[in-house]
Design a binder for this molecule. Structure first.
Ligand SMILES: Nc1nc2c(ncn2[C@@H]2O[C@H](COP(=O)(O)OP(=O)(O)OP(=O)(O)O)[C@@H](O)[C@H]2O)c(=O)[nH]1
Ligand SMILES: [Mg+2]
Length: 397
């Protein structure tokens, strides 16, 4: 088949201070998928650059087998391109679906870049370029370090205010470079998920405890962050900052266990990592529908927000809606807004709103029919539902 595989790329931006857990997170996302015992009947994860994949797996093996941690990320950023390859794929199903392969692009960078000034003009340019790439993602995770919350117990507010404040400052500082003379950005992460990293250290917490703490102590700071982001983007009403929350833990770190001879790092106990793919691929589409139901957004904003929403929606719903991409194009113009609202939005909404038992049914059907892509995307949706039910994720509704 010509042009195979047709690739749909979603990237995720993970922001966090030095030591907040970014590199361990990406290692823990990827590592388990490379183990012989990895069980997933629908997809495999393959690093597009074998060398990068090996280094990442090495990080993971170090943690798994000898409780060694990856060293601090210094000087360089790395962009990982993970191909999510469908298993048992066949020619027949290829012709019936809107794309063949999902890729997750994940940028890891040194947290100290946000904390220390660059020492040369070239260095400054390199960092700006990295942030520009990061900021082309639809979704951003902003890490709140669970270890720091423990260190600041009783005065968490001090840590949270400085974390969010510093991050806002960095964006403000970058503003001239990011905007240039082009004016507000159309493409920018519009979903900012406040994420508690190292949540294993706060094992009694669920996502609501985390959210309550943030709202109690740092609501103003989140508002200011939101305004700073709003200043950067076109159509700032389409923005979720401080409305979505999640818990993450890359492994269970058992303090003191090393001395007693037991394993100090239990890599099998992880939180939230299975939600990364679903969040990167489905949340933008869900949010786009929500916003479009509530407000009229400029076309170019809609298109860049969850670009490819049409193909994801089509894949999610299966053959029945496979004309959704044509309809989207047909009614894309501003003066066709009424047609769009009447004819296309309900299709997109139907795609994202399948839930509960119905969703399970669709997933089973897709599996039985060997519609692998659809099975994977509906599985992602089920994973999101599960994350909400398990109180690991709290997403704006
Ligand atoms: N308890 C616990 N500790 C973690 C977890 N993830 C990371 N850590 C600890 O945090 C340290 C720093 O993690 P990294 O992933 O290297 O941090 P980073 O954000 O990449 O830091 P920079 O590379 O400096 O930007 C690790 O060495 C671990 O000790 C986790 O899920 N749970
Ligand atoms: Mg790192």
């Amino acid at each position: 088949m010509p042009g195979y595989p047709r690739i749909r790329r979603q990237s995720i931006a993970v922001f966090g201070e030095s030591g907040s857990g970014k590199t361990v997170l990406v290692s823990s996302f990827f590592g388990p998928t490379q183990e012989g015992s990895f069980k997933n009947d629908l997809w495999d994860v393959v690093a597009q650059k074998a060398g990068q994949g090996n280094r990442l797996y090495q990080n993971y093996l170090g943690m798994r087998d000898s409780s060694t941690l990856p060293s601090q990320t210094r000087f360089a950023n790395t962009t990982y391109d993970f191909a999510i390859k469908l298993k048992n794929d066949n020619q027949e199903s290829q012709s019936k679906r809107p794309f063949d392969e999902l890729h997750l692009v994940w940028h890891d960078y040194p947290g100290e870049w946000f904390e220390e000034d660059p020492d040369s003009e070239e260095e400054r340019r390199r960092r700006t370029d990295t942030f520009r790439t990061l900021l082309s993602s639809d979704v951003a995770l902003l890490l709140v370090d669970g270890q720091k919350l423990l260190d600041y117990r009783g005065e968490e507010e001090r840590y949270l205010k400085s974390l969010i404040g510093n991050f806002r400052q960095s964006l403000v500082r970058l503003k001239p470079d990011l905007l240039g003379d082009k004016g507000p950005l159309v493409e920018f992460p519009r979903i900012w998920i406040l994420s508690l990293s190292k949540s294993d250290l706060l094992s009694e917490w669920d996502v609501d405890n985390f959210r309550d703490l943030l709202i109690r102590t740092a609501a103003d700071d989140m508002d200011r962050l939101r305004s700073a982001i709003a200043d950067l983007v076109e159509a700032p009403e389409a923005l979720s900052v401080g409305e979505d929350f999640m818990l993450l833990s890359s492994a269970k770190f058992e303090l003191g266990a090393a001395q007693s001879g037991g394993p100090a790092i239990d890599v099998t106990s992880r939180v939230g990592l299975d939600l990364i793919l679903p969040i990167a691929s489905l949340l933008p589409l869900e949010r786009r529908v929500l916003w479009e139901e509530r407000m009229t957004l400029p076309r170019k904003v809609v298109d860049s927000l969850a670009d490819g929403a049409d193909v994801i929606a089509a894949a999610l719903t299966g053959a029945k809606f496979s004309g959704v991409d044509k309809l989207l194009k047909k009614f894309a113009k501003a003066d066709k807004r009424a047609d769009f609202l009447a004819k296309v939005l309900p299709l997109l909404a139907a795609a994202v709103k399948v839930a509960g038992p119905k969703l399970k049914e669709v997933n089973e059907h897709a599996r039985a029919q060997n519609q692998h892509l659809r099975a994977m995307l509906t599985q992602f949706k089920m994973d999101l539902e599960q994350g909400v039910e398990d109180r690991i994720l709290r997403a704006q509704k």
